[in-house]
Design a protein around this ligand. Structure first.
Ligand SMILES: Cc1cc2nc3c(=O)[nH]c(=O)nc-3n(C[C@H](O)[C@H](O)[C@H](O)COP(=O)(O)O)c2cc1C
Length: 142
């Protein structure tokens, strides 16, 4: 079964809500999903997947450092040709998912753009957008 790895960092849970909605959307379209917080994830999770979705909130003008570091470490494995995307909750500037998008493109992934960014707490419409993204990814890797 086509596999999606969702790896994310969240301070207050908003990006976590997005991650779970993406998971739901991808599962509804038949994908196998591995979802992990960044501190429990390893590069093998990305290596063993057909698609990788990286989530992170923005703090102080930058993406969460733990997630940036995780994605830097992905340089050690081959992600070429896999589907990639970034997402995250933000307050006003939302740099995190933009930076990750550039990094994933640098690894030769097929990256969905623009990254999905939701202001603050995802509401019904935002959650639907996340589910649609999950479905879209699942369809791309089937
Ligand atoms: C100390 C602090 C700094 C923040 N800095 C930024 C920022 O520079 N740019 C931005 O877009 N949002 C910023 N935010 C807003 C968060 O990104 C926003 O609250 C987001 O919903 C947090 O997502 P999370 O619940 O997944 O951690 C900041 C929030 C806090 C508490």
């Amino acid at each position: 079964m086509a596999k999606l790895a969702i790896i994310y960092g969240t301070g207050f849970g908003n990006t976590g809500i997005m991650a779970k909605a993406i998971e739901e959307g991808a599962k509804s379209a038949g994908a196998d999903v591995v979802i992990k917080k960044v501190d429990q994830a390893s590069p093998a999770d990305a290596e063993n997947a057909d698609a990788v979705a990286i989530g992170l909130a923005t703090y102080k003008g930058a993406g969460m450092p733990t997630v940036i570091k995780f994605v830097e470490n992905l340089a050690k494995i081959s992600l070429k040709g896999k589907v990639g995307t970034a997402f995250g909750s933000y307050g006003w500037s939302g740099e995190g998912p933009i930076v990750i998008t550039k990094m994933l493109k640098g690894y030769g992934m097929k990256v969905l753009e623009p990254p999905l960014r939701i202001k603050r707490i995802p509401e019904e419409e935002g959650i639907e957008e996340c589910k649609r993204l999950g479905k879209q990814i699942a369809e791309m890797i089937q």
